[in-house]
Design a protein around this ligand. Structure first.
Ligand SMILES: [Zn+2]
Length: 426
């Protein structure tokens, strides 16, 4: 899409998260897609710039989501790259990592390139995470080098685990060569098969088959041993249990290169939220117990968990509107991530930004984004941490409406998202 305004962009009168500067006001000038200057308010003479009057909004590096499902190719009735990235922009995200469980599975450089082509009309940067094995069948590794050359940022079989010890070992070795992480959907499907929610009191009451915490923790423990042996980078997707978190914590103490992410819904909700078979609360991994939820908050605060990733998983209404056993797993998440991060951070903007931007960039080794400094890429988010708002289905940019947060009141709202120094059309 051609942009109407090709002038340099000047953001005036913004606050910067963190430190003593939080009450001071700054102006941020972008030029040629980079941050050209950050100066105390009023110091940058006004030339012919496109202006954003921030009026005290907080400016932060653009948010980065390491885990989204954009459903394209193949499932465009749920979401497209265009609509999914519009939701990302609305939520303050400037980079999203698209998972490979599309149809066909993204296990080739051709699909990886196709997902990034201008014809997809992405509103923000899309970094595909390609499949680790052909068809995500867990049998034969894909060509990691060709995938990385095509733009893939990492590999995973997300939606499924890389289950076999030998194939996971091979994947870690191949990924290490290229300096990318293997992202694991930690679920021992031999233990979880047929499970539709967390194995707990609510599952018992509803007569639903439960997924135990051990199904997650055992794979994380196995993977940490393999990461230790190979000295490769293991990233655990959407961690959800005390036991798995404890494994990561111990692995890190031993010096293993293991990182992990948590979703906003696991931070905010428990399995009780499933209530009377609410399919909008059916996720994989499932919503867990209150003890798990509290441990995830602790894990974020003590740094065991590196970042928040939404696991944005859109579905069509008719798919979610089925009996609980049949409905697909997943919730959308891009547009509601900021207020939930702020809540978990006790209102500390700097901390929320660490989880949404600085943390994910650091763990991926990206130097030019996730940072607010002169010379960095001008991917920026402007938000009001105090603004209260209600998440309304009809205002969502996503094609999908499957969220337990529809109609909920939140505090903290994204106001502008800037990509390469250009304001994204709302
Ligand atoms: Zn997953």
């Amino acid at each position: 899409m051609r942009r109407a305004d090709d002038r340099a962009l000047l953001i005036r009168n913004a606050r910067i998260c963190g430190g003593k500067s939080e009450t001071e006001r700054f102006d941020v000038l972008t030029n040629d897609g980079r941050i050209a200057a950050i100066e105390p308010h009023g110091k940058i003479p006004n030339k012919d710039y496109q202006l954003i009057e921030a009026d005290g909004l907080l400016v932060s590096p653009g948010f980065i989501d390491l885990h989204v499902h954009l459903r394209e190719p193949g499932q465009t009735h749920k979401e497209t790259i265009a609509t999914g990235t519009a939701a990302a922009a609305a939520g303050g995200f400037t980079t999203v990592c698209a998972m490979p469980n599309t149809n066909p599975v993204n296990d080739s450089p051709e699909i990886t390139r196709w997902m990034q082509a201008p014809e997809r009309r992405a509103k923000v940067k899309v970094r595909p995470i390609a499949a680790a094995t052909l068809g995500s069948q867990g049998e034969q590794l894909t060509d990691f080098r060709a995938l990385v050359d095509a733009g893939a940022a990492a590999v995973t079989d997300d939606g499924r685990p890389i289950l076999g010890d030998a194939i996971m070992h091979k994947a870690l070795l191949a990924a290490k060569e290229l300096g990318i992480p293997v992202i694991q959907h930690a679920e021992d499907t031999r233990m979880s098969q047929g499970g539709v929610m967390h194995a707990g009191r609510t599952a018992f009451r509803l007569g639903l088959r439960g997924v135990t915490a051990e199904a997650e923790a055992s794979i994380v423990a196995r993977d940490i041993e393999l990461a230790a042996e190979t000295e490769a980078h293991l990233h655990v997707a959407h961690i959800s249990t005390v036991a798995a978190l404890e494994n990561v914590r111990n692995g890190r103490k031993r010096g293993v290169h293991v990182t992990c992410e948590v979703t906003p819904h696991h931070l905010l909700l428990t399995d009780e939220e499933v209530g009377d078979y609410d399919t909008n609360c059916k996720m994989n991994p499932p919503l867990r117990s209150e003890a798990d939820r509290q441990a995830l908050w602790d894990g974020l605060r003590d740094g065991t968990i590196d970042c928040i990733a939404t696991d944005h998983a859109p579905h069509a209404a008719h798919e979610k509107d089925q009996e609980f056993d049949r409905a697909p797993f997943g919730t959308t998440g891009l547009e509601t991530a900021l207020p939930i991060a702020l809540m978990a951070a006790g209102g500390e903007c700097e901390t929320a930004v660490r989880w949404l931007s600085i943390g994910p960039a650091a763990l991926m080794g990206w130097k030019d984004v996730g940072v607010l400094r002169v010379g960095a890429v001008a991917d920026l988010t402007l938000f009001d941490p105090e603004q209260e708002w209600i998440f309304r289905a009809e205002e969502s940019k996503s094609k999908a409406r499957n969220s337990p947060f529809i109609g909920k009141r939140f505090r903290g709202r994204v106001r502008y998202t800037i990509l390469d120094g250009k304001l994204i059309d709302p």
